[in-house]
Design a binder for this molecule. Structure first.
Ligand code: HEC
Ligand code: HEC
Ligand code: HEC
Ligand code: HEC
Ligand code: HEC
Length: 470
């Protein structure tokens, strides 16, 4: 690869006079922009360092004309992926030190940036300057990165295998758009799920899919119905592309990129409906409660993406006529590895001791939820020694995937023997589906700000029955 770059640089020098001419005639491209869309554009790890920072434009500049889109983007995680507290902590405190001591994961020192600080990655400046110093890394996934992506390499989009050709030509979804600032080219790739998949699928050094949002989507009903990611995360609505835009489009692509960090996106994703197996319940006798969970909103599994640290669990309780509350543990289904789909505080994440330099690290409570014995919809990630890990790059294998697929319905049951002394009268069963972005024990241990670990109620369900004296 380095041979290829040096050849490119030599070529750039040979054409210097022609390039200066281009400059005089109004072109503002850098030498490395001599890579054109026609020749094979390096992708993935091979693209590390093939460009320079000067080849890209700052988001603020795009924002001076595309003001609404710019404001949307600054509020989305897309622009925060480098400066956001937890990203900074995980990269600088865990990933970089780990890469330095463990050859198998050495690649992540550069690799994390392929998705989180892509311009720094392409400029070969990794690790990038610390967050908050105003470098290009702070812009994370920026306008000029996405709008100079021309395609991707290979069959499956993953591990930043997008192909970037920076310069005056901006890739967009429409034909024949005129701008005083740049040339625009219609590129259907931007409207396809594969575009997003280049960063929303990730493989660990062991070849395990540690992020598979695009793959989950592609195997599900939304791919079949022709509904790409953009439809739900960049929904079309009337608006002007730029302040001086020629017209109001009815289907302007809104740059919302709303996901797990936007409460209204999480609310109601899964619907809950519940029922007891009979209307009249008897003290001292068993009954069975059922809860149906229907994934009605998401185009992929829930939780998706960083499934090593996202938590979705169901708490069920019965409230008797006298107000007394009973917590109900879920019935086991008996599938292999089910213990990872039942909340537990057993010690886990011992591999964090490696980058933190703590030999024989005892680990942290695995789920750290209010109750043990609840159903948790999870995909467990394991290190080489079979221990649970939240360091997705250290994942050697995975356990049973018990998450809720797109338009899938899961039914959980609760077999419960009513206490002999339970109050007679109406009994209320309540179900609460909780969501948390990061395991609490891990976040607290690493001093991650509390908002990352707050519990968000995704949905609730309720049903009633009568307790009668037989
Ligand atoms: C260059 C890599 C890249 C591309 C291409 C990309 N993303 Fe992202 N995306 C990221 C990163 C990195 C984050 C932020 C991760 C973080 O720090 O929370 C992110 C965040 C998101 C989030 C917010 C997640 C949350 O936790 O709130 C959504 C939604 C999203 N992307 C959707 C999309 C869609 C839809 C596309 C395609 C139109 C796309 N992304 C293309 C890298 C990318
Ligand atoms: C001087 C103002 C200005 C600046 C700065 C600017 N643009 Fe534009 N851009 C426009 C105008 C005007 C249009 C066309 C609007 C229309 O036709 O309604 C446009 C259109 C676009 C389109 C739409 C193409 C399509 O297919 O619909 C994209 C994508 C785009 N710009 C990206 C960018 C990016 C990325 C930047 C920063 C690197 C940028 N622009 C900077 C004025 C600007
Ligand atoms: C994660 C990648 C990504 C980022 C970051 C991004 N865009 Fe886009 N943008 C897209 C995609 C994808 C489309 C087309 C979506 C479609 O066709 O469904 C698009 C469409 C556009 C359009 C055309 C809208 C229309 O409907 O005509 C403009 C203009 C634009 N983007 C400007 C910007 C500007 C300015 C920024 C930065 C403030 C930006 N984009 C950031 C991916 C991105
Ligand atoms: C039918 C609508 C729909 C489609 C299609 C869809 N999503 Fe989502 N997406 C959602 C909803 C709803 C959520 C919130 C629930 C969640 O976080 O799991 C979400 C969440 C996300 C998140 C946040 C996950 C996290 O934990 O940080 C990302 C990232 C994301 N989607 C990316 C994508 C990508 C990439 C695609 C295409 C391959 C896609 N989505 C397709 C509806 C959709
Ligand atoms: C292939 C692209 C890709 C690579 C490589 C990658 N990430 Fe991410 N990362 C994402 C995307 C996309 C998200 C956000 C949405 C989701 O959860 O799917 C994310 C989410 C995260 C989050 C969660 C942020 C939050 O607010 O909850 C952290 C932390 C993180 N990544 C750190 C890292 C570190 C450290 C590395 C390197 C070891 C890395 N990532 C490598 C794409 C990537």
């Amino acid at each position: 690869m380095s041979r290829m770059i040096s050849r490119r640089r030599r070529t750039a020098l040979m054409f210097l006079p022609a390039f200066l001419l281009l400059l005089l005639s109004g072109w503002s491209t850098g030498p490395s922009a001599l890579i054109t869309e026609q020749e094979p554009v390096p992708a993935g790890d091979a693209a590390h360092g093939i460009y320079e920072y000067e080849d890209f434009e700052r988001a603020k500049k795009c924002g001076s004309c595309h003001s609404d889109i710019y404001q949307q983007w600054t509020r989305a995680m897309m622009s925060q992926a480098y400066v956001h507290h937890w990203d900074e902590i995980e990269y600088f405190r865990l990933a970089v030190p780990h890469a330095e001591i463990k050859p198998k994961v050495a690649g992540v020192k550069d690799g994390c940036n392929g998705c989180h600080a892509p311009v720094s990655f392409l400029a070969g400046d990794t690790p990038p300057p610390p967050p908050g110093e105003g470098s290009f890394a702070d812009e994370a996934v920026t306008c000029d990165l996405c709008h100079t992506i021309v395609g991707f390499e290979g069959e499956t989009p993953y591990n930043y295998n997008y192909q970037v050709v920076p310069g005056r030509r901006k890739q967009g979804p429409r034909e024949g758009i005129e701008s005083p600032e740049h040339i625009t080219v219609k590129n259907d790739f931007l409207s396809q799920a594969d575009f997003c998949g280049t960063c929303h699928n990730e493989q660990s050094p062991w070849g395990v899919w540690v992020k598979s949002t695009h793959l989950e989507w592609s195997e599900g009903p939304y791919a079949e119905d022709g509904v790409p990611c953009q439809q739900c995360h960049m929904p079309p609505a009337p608006g002007r592309t730029a302040k001086m835009g020629s017209q109001v489009y009815q289907d302007l692509r809104q740059h919302l990129f709303h996901g797990a960090h936007v409460e209204s996106k999480l609310k109601g994703v899964i619907e809950l409906v519940m029922w007891p197996d009979m209307d009249e319940l008897v003290p001292g006798e068993p009954m069975r409660l059922s809860v149906a969970l229907f994934n009605q909103k998401a185009g992929h599994k829930v939780p998706t993406g960083s499934a090593e640290e996202r938590q979705l669990w169901l708490e069920v309780e019965a409230v008797a006529a006298d107000g007394r509350v009973y917590h109900l543990p879920v019935d086991l289904k008996g599938f292999e590895g089910e213990e990872h789909s039942i909340t537990s505080n057993a010690p886990a994440y011992q591999d964090m001791g490696e980058p933190l330099g703590i030999p024989d690290f005892a680990g942290l409570p695995r789920d750290d939820t209010p109750f043990e014995g609840d159903r948790i919809f999870s995909l467990p990630y394991f290190d080489e020694q079979g221990r649970r890990t939240i360091m997705q790059w250290n994942t050697a294998s995975q356990g049973t995937d018990y998450r809720i697929g797109p338009r899938e319905t899961k039914i959980e049951t609760y077999t419960w023997t009513l206490p002999d002394d339970i109050a007679l009268g109406e009994i209320t069963f309540r179900a609460t589906l909780n969501y948390r972005k990061l395991v609490k024990s891990v976040g607290e241990y690493l001093d991650v700000p509390a908002d990352e670990m707050e519990i968000i109620v995704m949905n609730t369900g309720v049903t009633r029955a009568e307790v009668v004296d037989w």
